[in-house]
Design a protein around this ligand. Structure first.
Ligand code: F6R
Length: 627
């Protein structure tokens, strides 16, 4: 939620900040704004709506524009406190006009702080929690100056440190001071922030895509840290003022991975990238001894042998990946596995101890609900293993072990390649557990891995024949409701298909366990209601497949228009399908790697046909860093 960029160097900051915001816009697009320090003045411009509105406003400014200052900050917002208006757009300035602040997160004690500032005579210009921080930093710096401190980067950092210690909640704050050109300071607590190390210039951003064009050298920060960037260096301290060291790393993807590459939408590009993303996630995972290799493991094999129960916590699409994982883990590992919505996990007071393994799945690694579930699990002494797509993000850092999905950057708000790679990671973890615990032999594990390794090619074939699905999507654009049914691993696929349609096409859609429909929801079916039916492979579980076919007949008998996703060779199902989408054969547990893909394309096509912004659906943001 909210994208943040900061730059100091020798080049004009504006273009660098705007380009960075463009790549972070997926994090929120309720408003955008910049502040540039130029010749002793803070120049700001901010506008409600997408970044394009800000760019237009900048273009319409007088000839001198916003100046050529080489220090700047920029923000793209997903509104929390205060509606999405020009007035509430960031940056926010301190009353004396010296300090400009941008913020991602929520300052929970803002009402108290605002009351205190108002009592001191400050007139607020916005309804945001962020504005408090600008006034507070200015006040702290003023007090320090009055007691003899000199203006400069160190004073700005100290002002920020003092304020960070007063704030409750989750925040990344960036601040600049008009009298301190060539410095941007940031504070981080429970909200993403990464530093880009350049040559004579440095960057701050919510994620590396904002500065990848300029540098691939990044520095990971810890929680409760202050970072001061100047053209010459990067200085990190804790909220207590003690010096700290960030973890340096090299980003192994480049700009082209963050561009659309000729596709109309990032989502289409990311759907097309799925075969490669799966292959990359599988790459190098099998050791010479046939064992699965995790990325960072702070757990011993004995720890994994001691596990007597698995909980998977995740949100949205990642939760659906967890639902699929439950079938695989229970089948292969033979231990109970529960899947929980991360936002509900800690309130339910789950029974956790040292022998519980909690698997936290998150593309961004910053989802607050998942992070809080993870922390709750750790407090209860459970071991936590993260599945994540974002190096250096909070969730993997706070976990005992990590398996990274090598999906590359996912820019479209709707998750596609992250989902498939999360599935792959879940399969690998299931196999790893089964092997370590001696329930599967290495050759059995290798046999499944071999099937997994075949999926990228099958998926390429599937993707090459999606024209009918696209045509169907255009045809369904006026439907008022679309239902999805599936059994076993087809059930989470049905849920995922419905989620994609809701979030992109803004249509009513619901996913059901196929057998559950007759217990009430079948009454939704009217003449012509589209029902997408995910049919299991007849080769895997014939009985299950036959049951789904019966469910298809039930809905058809009530007037449904059936869109059937079935395996190639299952010709018998054709007679029950108004539209048949055939997918290549895969073993039953791995089938979601195929069956989900037509549903992604269907949702994308329907949304585009309805004139929606596929990459940035309304009301959403890519990385949900509030609870
Ligand atoms: C839907 C979607 C979301 C995310 C969810 C979790 O297309 O993208 O439902 O899956 O917000 O996000 P991560 O995986 O970043 O924790």
């Amino acid at each position: 939620m909210c994208g943040i960029v900061g730059y100091v160097g020798s080049r004009p900051a504006l273009n660098i900040v705007i380009d960075g915001l463009r790549r972070l816009e997926y994090r929120g697009y309720d408003s955008a704004g910049v502040a540039i320090i130029d010749s002793g003045v803070i120049q700001t411009e901010k506008k409600a709506g997408k970044l394009a509105n800000l760019e237009k406003a900048l273009a319409e400014r007088a000839a001198d524009g916003i100046g050529t200052g080489t220090t700047g900050i920029g923000h793209t917002r997903w509104a929390t406190h205060g509606g999405p208006t020009d007035r509430n757009a960031h940056p926010h300035l301190s009353a004396d006009g010296r300090i400009a602040v941008i913020h991602n997160g929520i300052i929970e004690n803002f009402a108290r702080l605002r009351a205190e500032l108002e009592a001191a005579g400050i007139e607020f210009q916005s309804d945001t929690d962020t504005e408090c921080a600008a006034h507070l930093i200015a006040a702290e710096m003023r007090a320090l100056r009055e007691s003899g401190a000199q203006d400069g980067p160190a004073l700005l950092a100290e002002g920020m440190r003092r304020v960070a210690n007063r704030l409750e909640g989750a925040f990344t704050l960036l601040a600049t001071d008009v009298n301190v050109p060539n410095a941007v300071v940031a504070a981080r607590r429970n909200s993403p922030l990464v530093v880009g190390r350049g040559n004579g210039e440095n960057f701050l951003a919510s994620d590396v895509s904002a500065f990848i064009e300029h540098t691939r050298e990044a520095v990971e920060l810890g929680q409760d840290q202050i970072v001061l960037i100047t053209p010459e260096g990067i200085e990190i301290t804790g909220f207590d003022g003690s010096p700290a060291v960030g973890k340096e790393y090299h980003v192994d993807w480049d700009m082209s991975a963050a561009e659309k590459g000729g596709y109309d939408w990032f989502m289409l590009k990311e759907i097309a990238e799925q075969p490669q993303a799966i292959a990359d996630t599988l790459l190098g995972r099998l050791s010479e001894r046939g064992e699965i290799i995790l990325d960072e493991v702070r757990l011993t094999d004995q720890d994994l042998r001691d596990v007597d129960k698995v909980f998977i916590v995740a949100c949205g699409t990642a939760y659906h990946a967890g639902m699929v994982a439950k079938y695989a883990i229970e089948h292969w590992v033979r231990i109970p596995c529960e899947v929980e919505l991360a936002s509900e996990f800690r309130y339910r007071d789950p029974i956790l101890d040292r022998s519980t393994l909690v698997i936290a799945i998150s593309q961004s690694g910053e989802t607050m609900d998942t992070l809080m579930a993870l922390r709750h699990a750790k407090e209860q002494k459970a071991r936590v293993l993260a599945i994540c797509n974002t190096n250096g993000s909070t969730i993997p850092r706070e976990s005992d072990a990590v398996l990274y999905t090598h999906g590359g950057p996912e820019i479209a708000v709707a998750s596609t390649k992250a989902f498939l790679t999360q599935l792959v990671a879940c399969y690998l973890i299931g196999l790893h557990l089964a092997q370590v615990r001696g329930v599967m032999y290495s050759d059995e594990v290798a046999a499944v891995v071999e099937k997994l390794q075949a999926t990228p090619d099958s998926l390429r074939t599937l993707l090459s024949r999606m024209d009918d699905v696209r045509a169907l999507g255009r045809d369904l654009r006026t439907a008022s409701t679309v239902l999805f049914i599936g059994r076993h691993v087809g059930f989470p696929v049905a849920l995922e298909g419905a989620l994609k349609l809701k979030e992109l096409a803004y249509m009513h859609a619901e996913g059901f366990a196929a057998g559950e429909l007759k217990h009430g929801s079948i009454s939704l079916i009217d003449d012509g209601t589209p029902v997408v039916c995910v049919v299991p492979s007849p080769a895997g579980r014939g009985v299950m497949r036959d049951k789904v076919v019966s469910n298809i007949q039930e809905v058809r008998a009530r007037g449904a228009r059936t869109i059937v996703i079935a395996e190639e060779g299952d010709e018998d199902v054709r007679q029950f399908a108004d539209h048949l989408i055939q997918v290549p054969h895969t073993p039953t547990l791995l089938a979601p790697l195929m069956t989900t893909v037509p549903l992604q394309i269907l949702a994308c096509e329907i949304a585009a046909a309805r004139g929606n912004d596929v990459d940035q659906p309304r009301n959403l943001a890519k990385s949900v860093t509030v609870e």
